[in-house]
Design a protein around this ligand. Structure first.
Ligand code: FAD
Length: 325
C-alpha cells in the first residue's frame, strides 16, 4: 500500500522506522533483531536506506596507495523484500541519484515493481568521501527532482528508450504498469548546501511539482523548527504530508557530529543537560526523554506519522514509542 494511503486511512498518529542495511559481512538477522521489538507498534512502513559505493585507499606498503571502490552496505532491495515477506508490512527503499545512470535507475525500478514495492524515497545522495561536492554519474541525475521526474515518467509508462520496449505485448494492461508513491527529503533547518531556507524551499516545491507525494524531514531537536518549516511549506503551496523525522541523541559525541554532518542545531537546554551529567551513560536516557517529549508534542499537534531513525539500534526507539503508543 502507498504511504499516502496509510496516511489517509490513519485514525491516529502512526510510527514508522528507518533502518540501514548491515555492513558487508553481517547477517540479515541483525535487521530482524532491530525490527522484531518495533513491530509491536504496527509500523505502516519501514524505510531502508541506500548506500552508494565509496572509495577506500589501501596502503600498498611501498609508499603507494591503491584506490579501491567498495560497497559497504549493500542489500537495500533484498532487505525490503525480506521485510515484506517476514512482517507483511510495506518496505520503502531509498533510491538515490549518486552512482546511478538513468538506465540503471530504470532497471532498479523494474526490480522494485516486480517485488511488489509501492513506494520509493527519492534522494540525491551525499558527495562520496574524499569529494567536496556531489558529482552525478555520466548520464545520471544531478538533483533529486530529476529522479522524481524519471519515476513519474515510468508511472506514466514512459521508458528511457521507447524503441526497446515490447509494444506488441497483447497482455499489456490498460492501466500503467508502475504506480510508485514518491517520497522526498525536506530540511526544517535547510539543506547544508542551500544558501538559505527560501532557496531550499523553492527546490523542495519543484520536487513536489514534479510528482513527489510526501516529504520526510531531516532529524530536528526543536519542534518549533518543524512547525515553522511546515508553515513555510504551506505558504509556498506545498500541500503534501510532511512526516517529521526523529532521532534520539545517544552519546555525547552527537553534540558535535550531528550538527556538523547534517547542518542542524541542538537546543541549548538539551546541550546543557547532557554536558552537566557526570555519568556518560545518562546521555542515552536524556536523549530518550527528549525524544519522548518531542514525539508527544508532535502527536498532539496531529501529525499523521512520526518517523524514527533507528541507526539499527532499537533500544532507545522502543522506549520512546512505547511511552506514547
Ligand atoms: P536535492 O533535493 O537534490 O537537493 C540537494 C541540494 O541542491 C539542496 O541544497 C537543494 O536546495 C539544491 N537544489 C535542488 N534542486 C536544485 C536545482 N535544480 N538547482 C540548484 N540547486 C538545487 N542519502 C543516501 O545516500 N542514502 C539514503 O538512503 C538517504 N536517506 C535519507 C533520508 C532522509 C529522510 C533524508 C532527509 C536524507 C537522506 N539521505 C540519504 C541524505 C541525502 O541524500 C542528502 O541530504 C543529500 O545531500 C541531499 O539529498 P536531497 O534528495 O535532499 O537532494
Amino acid at each position: 500500500m502507498k504511504v499516502t494511503e496509510h496516511i489517509s486511512k490513519a485514525k491516529k498518529s502512526l510510527f514508522s522506522f528507518e533502518i540501514l542495511p548491515p555492513i558487508r559481512g553481517n547477517d540479515i538477522k541483525d535487521i530482524f533483531s532491530t525490527l522484531d521489538p518495533l513491530m509491536e507498534f504496527n509500523p505502516p512502513f519501514i524505510d531502508v536506506t541506500y548506500h552508494r559505493e565509496e572509495f577506500v585507499y589501501i596502503d600498498k606498503g611501498n609508499g603507494l596507495l591503491q584506490r579501491k571502490k567498495i560497497s559497504k552496505r549493500p542489500g537495500t532491495v533484498g532487505i525490503c523484500s525480506a521485510i515484506m515477506n517476514k512482517y507483511k508490512v510495506d518496505a520503502v527503499p531509498h533510491l538515490i541519484c549518486g552512482g546511478f545512470n538513468k538506465q540503471m535507475t530504470e532497471n532498479a525500478l523494474i526490480d522494485l515493481n516486480f517485488l511488489g514495492i509501492d513506494n520509493v524515497l527519492v534522494l540525491r545522495g551525499d558527495p562520496i568521501k574524499h569529494e567536496n561536492k556531489f558529482f552525478a554519474k555520466k548520464d545520471g541525475h544531478k538533483y533529486a527532482v530529476d529522479l522524481v521526474k524519471q519515476v513519474k515518467n515510468l508511472n506514466s509508462g514512459i521508458y528511457i528508450d521507447k524503441n526497446f520496449i515490447d509494444n506488441n505485448n497483447t497482455n499489456k494492461k490498460e492501466s500503467p504498469i508502475f504506480d510508485f508513491c514518491i517520497g522526498v527529503a525536506g530540511y526544517p533547518e535547510k539543506h547544508l548546501e542551500a544558501p538559505n531556507i527560501e532557496s531550499d524551499l523553492f527546490f523542495l516545491k519543484k520536487k513536489v511539482e514534479a510528482g513527489a507525494n510526501y516529504i520526510v524531514t531531516q532529524m530536528f531537536f526543536d519542534n518549533k523548527k518543524y512547525f515553522s518549516f511546515v508553515e513555510k511549506c504551506r505558504i509556498e503551496g506545498i500541500s503534501v504530508p510532511i512526516i517529521p523525522g526523529i532521532k534520539p541523541i545517544s552519546s555525547i559525541q552527537h553534540l558535535n557530529s550531528l550538527p556538523s554532518k547534517f547542518y542542524l542545531s541542538i537546543p541549548n537546554e538539551l546541550v546543557k543537560e547532557i554536558e552537566k551529567t557526570k555519568n556518560k551513560k545518562n546521555v542515552f536516557h536524556i536523549g530518550i526523554e527528549w525524544s519522548i517529549n518531542q514525539s508527544k508534542e508532535l502527536r498532539n499537534s496531529g501529525v499523521e506519522v512520526i518517523h524514527y531513525y533507528t541507526m539499527d539500534k532499537p533500544e532507545n526507539i522502543y522506549q520512546i514509542v512505547q511511552s506514547i503508543f
